[in-house]
Design a binder for this molecule. Structure first.
Ligand code: 26Q
Length: 788
């Protein structure tokens, strides 16, 4: 036998497939192939493996996760790990002189804004891993969230062309396309199916993303009449529906295209389910809710409720009394926000002009609601907070609660806020619907994949059970006093910092030192998340170091990662402001070697995978009562960072698990915020606190320049005079400034005792078990979807 044949005989089927695909498709051997070719071959060969178990779970109840966003990140790395092919791939590439990291150069993150989209992706992973039949339904946007760059410290947006290298992980199912009708327009919804591969590859579920296409490919009649533009028009109008993900992570009130997107994927997905159901049961829909559970990821797919009612009544001949109980038993609604402006409302006029056929059923729901209210003795003005339609607006959250059998918040405090304020009246009406499901993250992506060194370290000590049962991390507590364990743990963190530093050098062209303390705030840019408070604090530290007021300061690298919605002027101002602070500090030899500030470019899932393993302080500093849950807080914790945070969202539960002593909690709690809200006077605080005043004044006193945009003045006014729609310092930055600063400096001091500090980091990791999305999914399954 020649050595070539010998080599081939030793290869796995997967490895052989990679080689064959390369030869067939590109006529190349591995060593000659470029990154794109390797990426396609590896993906295609892995798809062959995934197919074996794809869609196996056809019996029993199917959960349908309806979501406008699935922020899956790069598919290739996760899929290879879950199929157990990561090592084989690396081996194959290595033997042919190729670095396995070439695979990472190809894909982009798809398709979501932030937490809500990423949560959907974590849920898909957890369900598939634990053999739960859950499929995702959403939109195959041609462009995902914009790509961010900076020009002179200002954010610039360009299109995210995530499909430019092709899409080897999807299968187009032309045969399963369905028609979606709008007033004056009908389009095809064509499904693209992506395998969702559970860890171990035994269960492979589906993420089905719909793409909008014209009913008629091309109008030759118009073309022949030389109406060239018209010939393309229908196509453009259809494709516009799935063209781009809206870059706002709150609302975009009144945008016709957004409503079209919502109806497009809701209607297509329901058609799909109804068709499959009929194939199995025929025209008797009484078992529908035994066959399907539909989870509504926020209000974005809530138009599904009247749409299913319409299908049942208009097309399947059911009465309201037959249809509605089935619908209610099918749907459940998750709320992700307490911000009033983020509770979706559509103007009746817009709604009727886009989907008049559905509007009739909204009215029917409203009539049914009114009857129910009356029966409970709720009449007249008392009905106001319940109205699905109040004159000119359709309230999607109200329709969601009315049409669902379960409603949940995403962390304990958040669910309490829903019950006590946002949906208070609904809670009084139907308390039995309300539940909490504290968010989680998948440890397969957020530890196993992104932090191989720490994963090995854990597995060496407690075995690999944690990969599917994260509670087992608790066993790591046993070693908390073992100096060797802590030393190794610290070493791993240190090495991960070096890896991040190298990456930053490569992509940002900036040198950072792994000797610094790594302090990270990474999340969407929002006033309530208070990146501006972080910035004020950094500036105050800078002055403190210069004046000698702060002694014994641990050199710190302050990292920010955040995208601002393109139309969110103040958020963009905060980005510019932080980059001005970074410039000031960079240019000042007096503080060089003691602090550095860097705004990372184009933060997203892939960047997060590099950031989490290296972070030591996790900034979770939202105003108490504003962050529904947060999930980056969990990712940092799992990778061994301490939380510097407020009593908000899931921070509260993090501290409950890991101990307050092992984290740094500061600031006003929700009770206090509520108490002082009416009488809050930020101007007084500003006037009586010279350090705070100096930081705030830097917005307008010439310390920095906003390039004549007026951005900094607007930020200043929002703090001291109030903005168009809210009172001054709506998010209590000034209130929490002192307490933040004090706590932050304490953390910084304690870092000088590495045994003490790393022990805290270690204990956070060991107590992160609760925050696995495996636990979350199990709770959804048992308490919402199984309908007991
Ligand atoms: C709505 C209408 C029109 C256009 C856009 C939107 C829109 C898009 C995205 C509204 C909201 C979002 C995303 C919200 C989000 O990510 N919320 C976060 O959800 C996480 C998962 O539950 C929580 O952890 C975070 O606290 C919450 O902010």
């Amino acid at each position: 036998m020649t050595s070539e044949t010998e080599k081939r005989n030793k290869m796995s089927q997967f490895q052989k497939d990679v080689i064959s695909f390369l030869r067939l498709q590109y006529g190349k051997a591995l060593a000659e192939a470029d990154a794109t070719e390797i990426y396609h071959s590896v993906s295609a060969a892995a798809m062959c493996q995934a197919r074996k178990n794809w869609g196996r779970l056809e019996e029993g109840k199917k959960v349908c996760y309806f979501s406008a966003e699935f922020l899956v990140g790069r598919l290739v790395s996760g899929n290879l790990v879950n199929l157990g092919l990561a090592d084989q791939t690396e081996e194959l590439l290595r033997e042919n002189g190729v670095d396995a990291s070439v695979l990472e150069e190809i894909e982009d993150d798809a398709l979501g804004n932030g937490g809500l989209g990423r949560l959907a992706a974590c849920f898909l992973d957890s369900a598939a891993t634990h053999g739960i039949a859950m499929n995702g339904y959403g939109i195959r946007y041609r462009y995902g969230l914009f790509r961010q760059s900076f020009e002179n410290g200002f954010q610039k947006e360009t299109a995210d062309r995530w499909l430019r290298f092709g899409d080897p992980w999807s299968v187009r199912r032309e045969d399963e396309r369905v028609r979606v009708d709008f007033k004056g327009q009908s389009v095809w919804a064509v499904p693209y199916d992506y395998p969702v591969i559970g860890y171990g590859g035994r269960t492979v579920n589906t993420m089905r993303l719909w793409q909008a296409e014209p009913m008629e490919e091309f109008r030759f009649d118009l073309f022949n009449e030389q109406k060239y533009d018209k010939a393309y028009e229908e196509r453009n109008r259809a494709e516009a529906i799935s063209a781009v993900l809206y870059p706002n992570d709150d609302t975009d009130a009144g945008k016709r295209l957004r409503l079209k997107q919502q109806y497009f994927f809701s209607s297509a997905s329901l058609r799909d389910l109804v068709k499959k159901y009929e194939g199995k049961y025929g025209g008797d829909f009484s078992h529908f809710s035994e066959e399907y559970a539909i989870q509504l990821n926020d209000t974005h797919p809530v138009v599904s409720i009247p749409e299913l009612l319409r299908i049942f009544m208009e097309e399947k001949g059911m009465s309201f009394r037959q249809a509605f109980p089935i619908i209610r038993q099918t749907f459940a609604y998750t709320n992700h926000t307490v911000m009033a402006e983020a509770l979706e409302k559509w103007s009746v006029k817009l709604f009727r002009s886009v989907i008049p056929q559905v509007y009739r059923y909204v009215m029917m729901l409203q009539r049914s609601l009114l009857k129910a209210l009356e029966q409970k003795g709720i009449t007249g003005q008392a009905q106001a907070p319940y109205l699905i339609m109040d004159g000119s607006l359709v309230h999607m959250a109200r329709m969601a609660v009315y049409g669902s059998h379960a409603v949940n918040g995403v962390a304990q405090i958040h669910t309490e806020i829903l019950k006590k304020s946002v949906l208070k009246e609904w809670y009084q009406l139907t308390p039995e619907k309300f539940q909490n499901k504290t968010n989680g993250i998948t440890q397969r992506k957020w530890l196993l994949q992104c932090n191989p060194a720490l994963s090995r370290f854990i597995t060496e000590r407690i075995g690999s059970g944690w990969i599917t049962h994260l509670d087992q991390l608790k066993k790591m507590e046993r070693f908390q006093n073992d100096p060797e364990t802590l030393r190794r743990f610290g070493e791993i963190k240190r090495r991960n910092k070096q890896v991040l530093a190298d990456y930053i050098e490569k992509v940002e062209g900036v040198t950072v030192s792994p000797d610094f303390l790594f302090d990270v705030q990474a999340k969407r840019l929002h006033e309530y998340k208070r990146q501006l408070l972080n910035a004020f604090s950094i500036l105050d530290i800078y002055y403190g170091l210069k004046e000698g007021r702060i002694a014994g300061f641990t050199p710190t690298l302050f990292l920010f990662g955040a995208k601002a919605a393109p139309g969110y002027f103040r958020a963009k101002g905060i980005i510019k402001y932080i980059s001005e602070i970074a410039k000031l500090i960079d240019g000042d030899p007096a503080v060089r070697g003691r602090m550095q500030v860097l705004f990372l470019t184009n933060y997203g899932v892939s960047y997060a995978e590099k950031l989490m393993p290296a972070a030591e302080i996790s900034e979770q500093i939202s105003t108490a009562g504003t962050e529904a849950s947060g999930t980056s807080n969990m990712k940092f914790m799992l990778n061994g960072a301490v939380t510097l945070g407020t009593y908000d969202g899931a921070n509260i539960e993090i501290v409950e698990q890991a101990g307050e002593d092992n984290n740094y909690i500061f600031g006003a709690r929700i009770e206090e915020i509520e108490k002082i809200r009416e009488s809050y006077d930020p101007v007084k605080l500003y006037q009586s606190n010279p350090r705070l005043r100096r930081a705030v004044d830097s917005l307008v006193d010439g310390t920095f320049s906003d390039g004549g945009t007026g951005m900094f003045r607007e930020l200043y006014d929002a703090l001291l005079k109030g903005a168009s729609w809210h009172q001054p310092d709506h998010y209590f930055l000034l209130k929490d400034f002192d307490s933040y600063q004090e706590t932050r400096l304490r953390a910084n001091r304690e870092y000088q005792n590495p045994e003490l500090f790393y022990r805290k980091c270690y204990l956070n990791m060991a107590n992160a078990g609760k925050f696995s999305s495996d636990r979350t999914i199990r709770q959804y399954y048992e308490e919402i979807w199984s309908n007991r």
